[in-house]
Design a protein around this ligand. Structure first.
Ligand code: F6P
Length: 361
């Protein structure tokens, strides 16, 4: 009798902890008698005449791999199979091609490691193709619902906090206003958490519209009333002004919004309005491509093990989730239906305000 098989793929933007997750899936899966099929490049590895995959073994998925950023399987955050952009510019539904390739692998279950966009696409494919799907949440944005934490978030916060630790002495040495721009798309979790941990004076997040009067006033107060010679500002890439506009957003090859660079706009305005010397660091993909910090390795390990348990219990269409120091499982539909941005009435925003941190409102 042939071995039972579990497919696993990483989908969407990479982050720290994906390899640790793959390692956990492989070790727990093989110990439970499954063969683990690692599908390459997310759903892109399921396009074409034959699927692209490699068999993952415990030997291959060792602790060296666990320490590494990125994903050894590769991933993609482009190419929605339901409206795939073809080279000639036309849009094609390629879902049946992907389902046929998945069926050819004779999988008992598919484990999809992804964020909200990937989770929605994988669930649609699973429903259409009658595929037994389990989701594992990963995203530095930490915006997926029904889980307190996703793989990659803690490392991104750590990286941004370390950046503030490095920016503070140089800001103080040169009497400067330092701006750190971080990722996160429409959710300000990275900026909020690392802003508090890294001692920022001003935190701008998409959930709280900012205005320059408030930002400038805080800078001037710090410099002239409180007598401190430097100011640290952290801003999330998709911040919006009070009139609701986000600035400097470009489009990628698939016409999706691409953020990055708003820090320069803010910097120019601050210098113009206050006369203070300002510098900008755009942290970018440094937040994604580094070794996972311990918390991400722990979450990744616990998620991978739980995903295999769910397969063994035949409990499908579920996403593993982090809740009160435990791994639980929730319906994938509920996770993707409840986008989790920053709750501006919750502990962290209140904590920041009580510390005198300005949100630009
Ligand atoms: O969703 C993760 C994320 O890193 C966002 O925070 C960011 O806006 C986006 O992906 C960047 O995508 P790309 O790698 O395509 O530039």
């Amino acid at each position: 009798m042939s071995k039972k098989k579990i497919g696993v793929l990483t989908s969407g933007g990479d982050c720290a902890g994906l390899n640790a997750t793959l390692r956990a899936v492989t070790h727990a899966g093989v110990r439970s008698g499954y063969e683990i099929i690692g599908i390459e490049d997310g759903t892109a590895g399921l396009l074409g005449d034959t699927p692209r995959y490699r068999i993952l073994t415990p030997n291959m998925m060792d602790t060296i791999v666990m320490r590494q950023g990125g994903t050894i399987l590769g991933t993609t955050n482009k190419g929605d199979p339901f409206k795939f952009l073809m080279p000639d510019g036309s849009i094609k539904n390629r879902s049946e091609e992907i389902i046929a390739n998945l069926n050819s692998l004779n999988l008992d279950a598919l484990i999809g490691i992804g964020g909200d966009g990937s989770m929605a696409i994988l669930r649609k494919l699973a429903t259409q193709g009658n595929i037994n799907l389990i989701g594992i949440p990963k995203t530095i944005d930490n915006d997926l619902g029904k889980t307190e934490n996703s793989v990659g978030f803690e490392t991104a916060v750590w990286t941004a906090t370390e950046a503030l630790d490095r920016l503070q002495p140089t800001a103080a040495s040169h009497d400067r206003v330092m701006i750190l721009e971080v990722m996160g798309r429409d959710a300000g979790h990275i900026a909020l958490n690392s802003g508090i941990a890294g001692g920022a004076d001003i935190i701008l997040i998409p959930e709280i519209p900012y205005n320059f009067d408030s930002v400038n006033k805080r800078i001037i107060d710090i410099r002239e009333k409180e007598g401190r010679n430097f100011v640290l500002i952290i801003i999330s890439e998709a911040i919006k002004t009070v009139d609701g506009s986000d600035v400097l957003t470009s489009k990628d090859s698939e016409n999706q919004k691409r953020y990055g660079g708003v820090g320069h706009y803010i910097s120019e305005r601050i210098t113009e309005d206050t006369g203070f010397e300002t510098r900008v660091t755009v942290l970018g993909h440094i937040q994604r491509g580094c070794p996972p910090i311990p918390m991400d390795r722990l979450i990744a390990s616990a998620f991978g093990v739980k995903a295999i348990e769910l397969v063994k219990q035949q409990k499908f269409d579920r996403m593993v989730a982090w809740s009160e120091r435990e791994v639980i499982d929730v319906p994938i539909s509920e996770a993707i239906a409840s986008y989790q941005d920053v709750d501006i009435n919750a502990t962290m925003v209140k904590t920041a305000r009580a510390l005198g941190i300005c949100f630009g409102d």
